[in-house]
Design a protein around this ligand. Structure first.
Ligand code: SF4
Length: 209
């Protein structure tokens, strides 16, 4: 695949959090920071600022540019540990393990890139969460690989279509989203409901909507 057509690894995570958030960031090029994104940025900067280091049997590389030509994915891995020459991705995330699997999918996409670059098989990686200060081990299994490739296909389809997904207000997601002001999920949702109501009302009266 042409590198210019690559899906950024971060796009998969944004897509699984909310498709509209993905489109606002990666298609409309809108960005805003809130407490959560600032915490995430600081955590990444700390992970990236460490030097490459070696422990017995493990060489740690930081801020590693990675790409899979086969899957059309590319981005930067926070930390890649080389264990006997086999890469082991470690992604830094703010907060704690989440209910959704967006973080796991981003890690799996890194593994797909590293497998292609190192011509190897990767069965495991880790997510390091800023709140718990612990690693969560992630098994790069068939189900996670399938979910990751599906997310990449969905992102590509959305990008090629160029449509901005409509907002669906969710307190859990939207109230923590840095793009809440730009997205206006409540206002646009209400407007869409009115439009649907009017279309239904016109249909009921026999007027083509
Ligand atoms: S405010 Fe809600 S609907 Fe809008 S981008 Fe954020 S999470 Fe998605």
């Amino acid at each position: 695949m042409n590198p210019a057509d690559d899906i950024p690894l971060s796009a998969l995570q944004h897509w699984l959090f909310c498709p509209r958030q993905y489109a606002l960031i990666h298609i409309e090029r809108i960005w805003a920071e809130n407490r959560f994104t600032a915490e995430g940025r600081v955590l990444h900067e700390r992970a990236d600022s460490g030097k490459s280091e070696a422990r017995p049997g493990i060489k740690t590389l930081r801020t590693v540019e990675i790409r899979s030509a086969k899957h059309g994915l590319s981005g930067v891995a926070d930390v890649v540990e080389l264990r006997g020459g086999t890469p082991y991705p470690v992604e830094y995330k703010r907060g704690k393990p989440k209910k959704h699997q967006a973080d796991e999918v981003q890690l799996c996409a890194q593994a797909l890139c590293l497998e292609e670059m190192f011509n190897c098989a990767i069965s495991e990686g880790a997510l390091f969460y800023g709140k718990t200060r612990r690693r969560t081990i992630v098994c790069i299994d068939a189900a996670l690989r399938k979910m990751t490739l599906q997310a990449a296909a969905d992102v590509r389809a959305c990008r090629d279509q160029g449509d901005l997904p409509a907002p669906i207000y969710s307190a859990t997601l939207c109230d923590n989203c840095s793009l809440f002001e730009q997205c206006r999920p409540k206002q646009i949702g209400a407007q869409r409901n009115i439009e649907k109501w009017m279309a239904r009302a016109l249909n009921t009266q026999g007027v083509p909507a």
